[in-house]
Ligand binder design. Structure first.
Ligand code: OGA
Ligand code: MN
Length: 296
């Protein structure tokens, strides 16, 4: 069956048909999918009946996988990240106020995965194993179309800027949550280029999100304001695709140019069991001397 590609919006997202990713896929298919990810930034697949092993096997076709920062209770272990309101040990929904639910709520800030690492993520892959019948959409915003919509003078002002990304900073914004010290210790603040260029198609975008704290060399508040303004622009309706989950949906997004966030659902009533794999990026976005790299 030929692979089909259907655009989801004018600026971001495509639904891909005609492939079963739970079985071994050939190199040609992987190349088609990687190039579609370069072009559309978010790929949606239906009816992909993954278990953890088949999800890991497929994900590795895109590159080396990141490991989770720390092992949450009941997790199946690295490199699978459990995004869920269900306790894997007891199979029961976490009680209201449980720290895992508070931790999950951090995903409701617009962010890009692993921007707090020296080599930030390439793409994330999320498998909907059990999804609520209402709520819990995942929203995606394109920082490429948003960048391209800036007047050229404002694009130029972003060129060469470097931002600090800091996991401790983003977690400090999550009410009532303190992350494990072992996680914080693993990820000291890092620096990333504010403007990134896709090495496949040469298109540029800006790089910001919840972990982005400030601009190097600027007064803290001024840089923070700029990084937040860029989020506001990217999350205008014309730059957003909201994914309404069906069971067995599988979504891949390009963390280099896309922001995403979780949205609320009735987590006392409905089970939500999602499994994420994260493909590592190929290099840092700044040089050893701290200059933004032209392509990263
Ligand atoms: C993630 C994430 C959003 C969601 O898995 O990285 O942010 O809707 N998930 O679960
Ligand atoms: Mn995320």
């Amino acid at each position: 069956m030929p692979i089909t590609i259907q655009k989801l919006t004018d600026t971001i997202g495509a639904e891909i048909g005609g492939v079963d990713l739970t079985r071994p896929v050939d190199d040609e298919t992987v190349n088609v999918l990687k190039s579609a990810l370069d072009d559309y930034s978010v790929l949606v697949f239906r009816d992909q009946a993954f278990d953890n092993d088949s999800q890991i096997a497929f994900s590795q076709r895109f590159g080396a996988l990141e490991n989770m920062l720390y092992k949450k209770e009941g997790d199946g272990g690295t490199p699978i990240s459990n995004i869920t309101n269900v306790d894997m040990d007891t199979n029961e929904i976490f009680p209201p106020g449980h720290h895992r639910l508070t931790g999950n709520s951090g995903n409701e800030m617009w962010h890009t995965d692993s921007s707090f690492k020296p080599v930030p993520a390439y793409c994330s892959m999320l498998s909907g194993r059990e999804v609520p019948p209402e709520g819990a959409d995942t929203q995606f915003a394109t920082c490429r179309a948003a960048y391209e919509s800036l007047p050229e003078s404002e694009q130029r002002q972003l060129d060469g800027l470097v931002a600090e990304h800091n996991y401790a900073y983003s977690r400090s914004k999550v009410k009532g949550y303190s992350p494990p010290a072992e996680a914080i210790a693993q990820v000291p603040p890092v620096q990333h280029a504010v403007v990134r260029t896709n090495p496949g198609n040469g298109r540029k975008n800006y790089y910001t999100g919840a972990h982005a704290s400030h601009i190097i060399g600027w007064p803290l508040e001024k840089g923070r304001h700029l990084l937040e303004e860029l989020v506001v622009r990217a999350t205008r309706p014309e730059f957003v695709y909201a994914h309404q989950w069906q069971p067995l949906d599988f979504v891949i997004w390009d963390n280099r140019c896309v922001l995403h966030r979780a949205t609320a659902f009735d987590s006392a009533k409905y089970r939500r069991v999602m499994r994420r794999t994260t493909v590592a990026g190929i290099g840092p976005t700044v040089s050893e001397t701290g200059e933004a790299l032209a392509v990263a």
